[in-house]
Design a protein around this ligand. Sequence first.
Ligand SMILES: [Zn+2]
Length: 196
Amino acid sequence: MKVVCLVSSGFDSISLLNYYINKNYEIYPIYVKSGFKWENDEIQHLQDIINHINKRYELIKSLKISHAPNDFFEEFNKREFINDEDVEIPFRNLDLLINALKYAYSVDAKLIAIGIMGLVAFKDNSYNFIKTINDLFSMYGDYKVETPFLGMSKKDVFDKYFIKELFDKAFCCMNPINGEECGVCSKCKEKQVLTT
Ligand SMILES: [Zn+2]
């Protein structure tokens, strides 16, 4: 079974990859680039993570880097993303899923996976959104969006699915400074919660 996995270099993404490694699926990882300031650091770490996984799991394909330009959200790069409410990027999951659908079409995969948990009430981060997206995508063929972590806590996902040996390779920061995590943004705070 083929699955297109929407990933970054964070804990949830590594857990998502592992979820499908456990199922022995053929994994097509995709990263969607939109011009945000954390992307180059994330891609570098993600590439390293995938190379590492590939040494013991050959069913993971090369990383696909796709583009969904955020022409209307350039001011986002000026934010420091300290507060959770600053983190919402409008239409983000919609953008990600549409790119993943196109990639799925091109590699003849029917399953698309995204590691959302629905913890923050963004409009495109809910059961209802995923149900609606599935209704929409089914108009194009036998496509299905799967969200194995929806409804779970970050800690549960981390404990159950994270590949612990990749802890030092994970990188999740919305305000990286010279390639290092800033330690104070919303994403860096999440990491601190997981490790305490
Ligand atoms: Zn940070």
